[in-house]
Design a protein around this ligand. Structure first.
Ligand code: MN
Length: 287
C-alpha cells in the first residue's frame, strides 16, 4: 500500500498507431495493485494534426477482460468493432467500452475532423473487471457531454461526473465495481475539498495548469499523484486555471495477469485469449 503521495509523469511519449501521441502515466505492469481497479492511463496531450483524407488512428486489434474508457477533450474519435457497433465521440463525450469476453476494434480520428485537421487531446483509461465479469458480453456506453452532470463544489470549482456519486449527483457510467471518475475545472485562486472513500484507490491527474494536492504536493500539466489509500478527503488548491481528473475506486483484490491487449487473472486465461483471437472467436471487422 502506498504510504505517501507518489508523483508520476516523467515518462517518454509514444505513438499509438499514428493518431495518438501518448504518455502512459501508469500501467498495471508496475502499479496494478496500487491503482486497482485502474490498469492503465494513456494521455494524449493537445497536439495539432494537419488535414488529411485518410484519418489517423490505430487499426484492428482485440481486447479482453477489462474496459477501455476514452475521454475526448479536443478533437473527435470514431470507433467500430467486430460486433457491428460503431460510434463517434466529440469533445466532452466519453466512450465507456466493456471489452469483456472479447472484441476486435479500431480507433481513428473521425473522418470529417481529420479532413479539417485540428487539435486532439484525449485520455484513455483501462479499468479492470472483477474475475466474475471478465467474460461478460461486450458493451458500449456512449456518454454524451450533455448527459454528464456538473456539480459546483466551491466558487470556481466544478466537477463533471463521468462515473460515481458526488454532492448528490451521479455520473451516467454503469460500472462493474465502484469507480469514481470526475473531470475537474478549477479557476485560478480557487480551492475545494473532495470526499474520498477510505481504503479506495485515489489519484489526481492534471491536464493543464497546476494543482496543490493536500499540504505538500504540487503537480503540473501531465503529472499524476497517487494518494495514500487511508485518506477520507483530498484538498485541492490552484493559482492558475486548471483542468484535472480525479480517479477513485474500490481495489479489485485479485491476481492481474496481462499481455498486450488482454488482462486476465491467470496465464492460462491469457493463452486462451490469444488462441480465441487467432482463431477468429473474437470476431472480425467488416470491410
Ligand atoms: Mn483499443
Amino acid at each position: 500500500m502506498t504510504t505517501s503521495p507518489r508523483i508520476l509523469g516523467d515518462v517518454p511519449r509514444h505513438w499509438v498507431g499514428d493518431g495518438f501521441f501518448v504518455k502512459t502515466m501508469f500501467s498495471y505492469s508496475d502499479l496494478g495493485h496500487d491503482l486497482s481497479p485502474f490498469l492503465l492511463f494513456d494521455y494524449a496531450a493537445p497536439r495539432e494534426f494537419p488535414p488529411r483524407d485518410v484519418p489517423a488512428g490505430v487499426g484492428e486489434h482485440p481486447h479482453r477482460g477489462f474496459e477501455t474508457v476514452t475521454i475526448a477533450y479536443q478533437g473527435s474519435g470514431a470507433h467500430r468493432d467486430s460486433s457491428g457497433s460503431s460510434g463517434v465521440i466529440h469533445p466532452g463525450d466519453v466512450q465507456w467500452m466493456t471489452a469483456g469476453s472479447g472484441v476486435v476494434h479500431e480507433e481513428f480520428h473521425e473522418r470529417e475532423f481529420a479532413k479539417r485537421g485540428g487539435v486532439v487531446e484525449m485520455v484513455q483509461l483501462w479499468v479492470n473487471l472483477p474475475a466474475r465479469d471478465k467474460k461478460t458480453a461486450p458493451r458500449y456506453q456512449t456518454l454524451r457531454a450533455a448527459t454528464i452532470p456538473t456539480v459546483a463544489l466551491a466558487a470556481g470549482v466544478e466537477a463533471r461526473l463521468i462515473a460515481g456519486e458526488l454532492s448528490g449527483a451521479r455520473g451516467p457510467a454503469q460500472t462493474f465495481s465502484p469507480v469514481d471518475l470526475w473531470d475537474l475545472t478549477i479557476a485560478a485562486g480557487a480551492s475545494a475539498t473532495l470526499p474520498r472513500v477510505q481504503g479506495h484507490t485515489a489519484a489526481v491527474f492534471v491536464r493543464h495548469g497546476s494543482l496543490r494536492v493536500g499540504d505538500d504536493v504540487t503537480i503540473g500539466a501531465g503529472e499524476l499523484v497517487v494518494l495514500p489509500k487511508d485518506g477520507t478527503r483530498v484538498e485541492l488548491t490552484t493559482q492558475s486555471d486548471t483542468g484535472a481528473l480525479f480517479l477513485g475506486g474500490e481495489p479489485i483484490r485479485e491476481p492481474i495477469v496481462g499481455y498486450g491487449p488482454f488482462v486476465m487473472n491467470t496465464k492460462a486465461e491469457i493463452a486462451a485469449a490469444f488462441d480465441d483471437y487467432e482463431h477468429g472467436r473474437m470476431g472480425h471487422l467488416r470491410d
